[in-house]
Design a protein around this ligand. Structure first.
Ligand code: BES
Ligand code: ZN
Length: 657
């Protein structure tokens, strides 16, 4: 994406200078101890160079550089949505009422975020009386959309709260929505619609203050074709009649990136007293079996992190084009069907999305620079939940896979992208979506825990969730809180300069310990035997977990002989595996070695699945491994692209050229 400057609508918001690279630590080298490294140790910075680690010059930590909204003058408190879902036109149309708290007595305009919306009319709502408002859509930067400026009449100067109504419709290209034809669903009979608002796509289907710094409650009235069910990240009534008219209420205040809706042929199965699953009829039983442990996960979460404050926890299983693994929409996690492995081996993803009920949804990143506060804490919490439910051995395997992805990514990413608080001033928020906020964030918390002691750290964490509940915070606020609460009471065991190195420095600090797994050592040994000539069928693989198979395949050398691949496939049936993660790891080997017997299945996989994490690396591999593979990628992408979500299309367009 071309660099841009966030020309915010705020009068005091001046374009920021580009950050120089002078802050980067010269000579920071990663020394990796073998594959699946047990420890990654960063060598000290070049002698005499002690870089100042801290907030980049000129950056305002409290500011969200990805919104146009004048949130210092008005803040949305409550939102009422009334939308009709038109599958023919691929359009949502209706109106939104925003109740605004006034923070500045003199402010005479309200600036909202929009992207690709058609704004029809705007009014000021005063009880029954409505009064038309002047409005205009200013120019904006493509990634951020266009600011909608409403001009308030003199008569409401100083008045608070104020309600404005905007009548609008979406366009078929809305980045935050995917409209599926019946053929793209499991049932093949009805169309399907779902939203994906994180990070800044809520503004492509609702005009609002699209920033995680503002929270509001909402109600919604959604009309749909009959026979379909609408669900939202709100209170859902699984027994609501299919009469084409659905009402929702969200009593807990949420930031805009958690706005969520889906409409399709959906059924519900309970999995516990406060949990259940929505999915298409042919998927719902399988999903309910996969997610039997949901209630136990919630209970573990409550023991570890404090009360679950959202009432219910349901899961919506989407069609396979859902571009993410999961999305933590409050009260209703959205999930890819690629985690339905049949053996519950991929439910860590549910633990992850559930954990966001504390880290992210309750305590929220103030801007996308602080994304690691959402995701790093969540990976940490997910791992704790997995340990409680499935024991230390499984947890260690999942953690070790995470560590490996971090090590791989550190070798690829520019230093400025290796820091937890990534400066995104001139970039889209998605550019911070790497394993760094997730895995480096998690290992930072593991490090804090190891220094503080588990008991003290977990008590601190519960206190943190309590203290910031239903609020957002930025990195520097976090550091201040950490210093006052944990570091100050650590009797010198934790030092702030070490903490700052984790947060602001690239790479991994000295002494960082990454997860390893004994079970993976056994896998390494078997892989070694295979590579030394033992027939695949003679390897000791009985009882291996999904994660062990992933590790087995991920650790293969770059080049394998065709006969070796054939032997592996004959012994273990990778090409026909119905575990999407194992297939993914297998296909990476297939592509590197052009193992043609698997290409037909690879094509089906790429056409059938739209989860970005599973397909983008495969396209990247194909494009990087010769003309034939590149031609295959182009041909398959042309077939697959129409079925992908706009978010996946945009990122894979940049790969397959
Ligand atoms: N909140 C994220 C998904 C997300 C992040 C969407 C940024 C858009 C922008 C979600 O919680 C997540 O992290 N999902 C992961 C799965 C998880 C197990 C690491 C995914 O989708 O791969
Ligand atoms: Zn997450």
């Amino acid at each position: 994406m071309a660099p841009f400057r966030a020309r915010a609508a705020r009068p005091h918001a001046v374009p920021q200078p580009r950050r120089t690279l002078a802050l980067l630590v010269p000579g920071l080298v990663l020394a990796l101890c073998g594959f699946g490294a047990a420890q990654v140790v960063a060598a000290a910075a070049a002698p005499g160079v002690r870089p100042a680690l801290g907030t980049p010059a000129g950056l305002e930590p409290a500011r969200d550089y990805h919104t146009y909204a004048n949130t210092h003058e008005f803040r949305v408190q409550h939102l009422d949505l009334a939308l009709d879902v038109d599958f023919e036109a691929k359009r949502l149309s209706g109106a939104v009422d925003l109740r605004l708290e006034r923070l500045a007595a003199e402010a005479d305009r309200v600036v909202l975020d929009t992207n690709g919306l058609v704004i029809r009319r705007a009014w000021l709502v005063d009880g029954e009386a409505v009064q038309p408002l002047e409005f205009r859509l200013d120019d904006g930067i493509p990634v951020l959309g266009r600011p909608l400026v409403l001009t308030l009449p003199e008569s409401v100067r100083g008045r608070s709260p104020l309600t404005v109504r905007i009548s609008y419709q979406t366009t078929p290209q809305a980045q935050g929505l995917q409209w599926l034809t019946p053929a793209q669903t499991a049932g093949k009979r009805h169309p399907f619609l779902f939203s994906q608002s994180q990070s800044i796509y809520a503004r492509t289907w609702i005009p609002l203050q699209d920033t995680p710094q503002v929270r509001y409650t909402y109600t919604a009235r959604i009309t749909t074709p009959k026979a379909l069910r609408a669900v939202m990240g709100a209170v859902n009534d699984a027994a609501a009649p299919l009469d084409g008219d659905f009402a929702f209420e969200m009593p807990q205040p949420i930031p805009s990136y958690l706005m969520a809706i889906a409409v399709g042929e959906l059924e519900f199965r309970a999995t516990g007293p406060r949990s259940g699953v929505y999915a298409e009829p042919s998927v719902v039983e399988r999903a309910a079996r996969e997610f039997v442990d949901t209630e136990r996960m919630i209970e573990a979460g409550e023991r570890l992190f404090g009360p679950y404050r959202w009432g219910r926890y349901d899961i919506l299983v989407l069609p396979p084009s859902f571009p993410y693994g999961g999305m933590e929409n409050p009260r209703l996690t959205f999930a890819t069907p690629t985690i339905l492995a049949g053996d519950r081996s991929l439910v860590a993803l549910i633990a992850h999305e559930l954990a966001h009920s504390w880290s992210g949804n309750l305590v929220t990143n103030a801007s996308w620079r602080d994304f690691w506060l959402n995701e790093g804490f969540t990976v940490f919490a997910e791992s704790k939940i997995q340990g409680e439910l499935y024991g230390a051995a499984r947890r260690a395997q999942e953690d070790a896979l995470g560590a490996q992805s971090l090590v791989r990514e550190l070798a690829r990413l520019a230093p400025r992208d290796q820091v937890l608080a990534v400066d995104l001033r001139e970039r889209g928020p998605e550019e911070g979506f790497t394993p760094i906020p997730y895995e480096k964030g998690r290992f930072f918390l593991n490090w804090l825990e190891s220094r503080a002691g588990e008991e003290r750290f977990m008590a601190w964490l519960r206190g943190y969730f309590d203290h910031f509940a239903f609020r957002s915070l930025h990195t520097e606020q976090f550091l201040e809180y950490l210093e006052a609460t944990l570091v100050a009471r650590s009797e010198g065991r934790i030092r702030m300069d070490e903490v700052r190195e984790w947060v602001y420095g690239p790479g991994l600090p000295q002494g960082a310990v990454l997860a390893t797994s004994d079970a993976f050592e056994r896998v390494d040994a078997e892989r070694g035997r295979f590579l030394a000539g033992t027939p695949a069928a003679a390897l000791a693989t009985q009882g291996w977990t999904t994660q062990q198979w992933q590790h087995f395949l991920d650790g293969m050398p770059r080049t394998l002989a065709r006969a070796q691949l054939g032997e592996l496939d004959a012994a273990f049936g990778f090409t026909r595996s119905d575990n999407a993660e194992i297939e993914f790891s297998w296909f990476r080997n297939v592509i590197r070695n052009r193992y043609e017997p698997a290409y037909a299945r690879l094509e089906q996989y790429l056409v059938g699945i739209g989860r970005r994490k599973l397909i983008k690396p495969l396209y990247e591999d194909l494009m990087a491994t010769g003309a034939e593979n590149a031609a295959f990628a182009r041909r398959v992408y042309a077939l697959a692209r129409p079925g992908y979500h706009p978010i996946a299309q945009t990122s894979i367009d940049a790969v397959v050229k």
